[in-house]
Write a protein that binds this ligand. Structure first.
Ligand code: LLP
Length: 423
């Protein structure tokens, strides 16, 4: 029931001609016309600025978690700004390598890396492999020999910290599929085994307590536990993961990357950690950099019940509302600063009632069929978690900078949907 909170928009959002939203000098209504909808519109300098914040605090030990949003333009952008890149599958590895990112800038993650994935990671020479289990160490040992390769590895440690966030994205608690648990002694046993293994060069430890974590003291607590465990081992590297929460809706506030980094660095000093410390943000780099533009196709008014706005995307371009019950704001970019007084539910075009984009939205009262409607803070875990459900074509991605709009991922075609279908 209010105007859109401006801090949810990309850095270079502005009010342009007749009250329309511009992003980095590009008129959003024109972008919708030129590229069609749905479309992900990124403010490229916003992405760059967040990467620079991370690099200012941690240098080349700042690593971008590509799962948040990955295409070749993004991989290059993060690398150009001096970040390493975290990849969590053979597919993410492939995209980063095909973008031309040097393999030694990549950190390979995952709780069940296959023999093939580990073989590729070793042979291309990724900078670090983060070992998540003894089964993975066994696989690396099976690959050892002959080629003289001995990859540098970190061990994924589970510090026993339960971060306050959605259950699906907490990872630091003992009851977790990820990593070696400190409290059970598994972490120490793994360090001893990896240190003695001729197949790997153990250079440090890694932990990641969860994602969309607003309480920055959780990170300080994790650093404390990690310090206690890691200091006596004398390993040179310690990565404390990503996870910084970002505001999605009115009333939410989050720490900046710089503030988060300062809290981590203070905790590192207090814990007497002398290892090189790194971070691995994904969402904090990409989320607020983008808005998604849709077109309203139907307005269904149910007197005394509610109004449904159906748009031309849905759970296939943003599954977060369905998966985690995540909230978003919505607004009409043609009058971005106007009051939003009309309560509506914004739904997609998939064949199920669960296909919600914004459960309780307030939008400008004069919304009509044909309007472009926008959801902000959709730059992370939207495009990357998209699907082809109902054989919807995945939307394009546009990078805006200084008034120029660059198409970096085109919309899928109907023929793309048949690419893997052998008939
Ligand atoms: N490092 C590791 C090892 C991770 O597993 C993750 C995220 C990150 C870094 C980056 O976390 P971030 O800074 O983005 O919070 N799909 C969920 C989020 C899943 C996060 C998985 N791991 C969502 O849409 O909320």
């Amino acid at each position: 029931m209010s105007v859109l909170p401006w801090h949810l928009l990309p850095d270079n959002a502005a009010v342009g001609e007749s009250g329309r939203l511009t992003i980095a000098g590009c008129d959003t209504i024109e972008l919708a016309r030129e590229f069609g909808t749905p479309v992900f519109v990124y403010d490229e300098d916003h992405l760059r600025a967040r990467c620079r914040e991370a690099v200012a605090a941690f240098g080349s030990d700042a690593t971008y978690a590509t799962k948040a949003f990955l295409c070749r333009a993004m991989a290059n952008l993060a690398a150009e700004e001096g970040m390493g890149l975290d990849v969590a599958s053979g597919g993410e590895l492939h995209v980063c390598l095909s973008a031309g990112v040097p393999a030694d800038r990549l950190v390979f993650h995952g709780n069940n890396k296959s023999l093939d994935e580990l073989r590729s990671a070793r042979s291309v020479g990724v900078g670090r492999i983060v070992i998540d289990s003894l089964d993975e160490l066994d696989r690396l040992e099976a690959l050892h020999g002959g080629d003289g390769l001995c990859p540098r590895v970190l061990l994924r440690i589970t510090p026993g910290i339960k971060a306050e966030t959605h259950e699906y994205i907490t990872t630091g608690q003992d009851d977790s599929k990820f990593g070696f648990t400190v409290s059970t002694g598994a972490a120490l046993a793994a360090v001893e085994k990896a240190a003695a293994s001729p197949a790997v060069d153990l250079v440090g430890l890694h932990a990641h307590i969860g994602s969309q974590v607003f309480r920055v003291d959780s990170f300080a607590a994790a650093v404390g536990v990690l310090g206690e465990f890691a200091n006596p081992l004398g390993l040179p590297e310690l990565v404390v993961g990503g996870g910084l929460g970002v505001p999605y809706v009115e009333g939410e506030e989050g720490a900046s990357i710089t503030q988060w980094a300062a809290i981590i660095n203070k905790a590192v000093t207090e814990a007497g950690i002398t290892a090189r410390v790194g971070i691995e943000p994904g969402r904090a780099i990409a989320a607020a950099a983008a808005v998604t533009l849709y077109t309203v196709g139907t307005v269904k008014e149910l007197p005394g019940i509610r109004t449904y706005l159906s748009v031309d995307g849905g759970m296939s371009d943003n599954p977060r509302p369905v998966l985690y019950g995540s909230g978003y704001e919505a607004f009409l970019p043609r009058s971005v600063t106007a009051d939003r007084r009309r309560p509506v539910r914004i739904v997609g075009k998939h064949c199920e009632s669960g296909d919600l984009l914004v459960r309780e939205a307030s939008i400008q009262a004069d919304v009509v069929v044909g309007d472009v409607v926008a959801t902000p803070v959709t730059g992370a875990y939207g495009h990357s978690m998209g699907s082809n459900y109902n054989k919807m074509r995945r939307p394009p991605v546009v990078f805006c900078r200084n008034g120029d709009a660059r198409l970096v991922v085109r919309r899928e075609t109907y023929d793309d949907l048949l690419n893997t279908d052998l008939g």
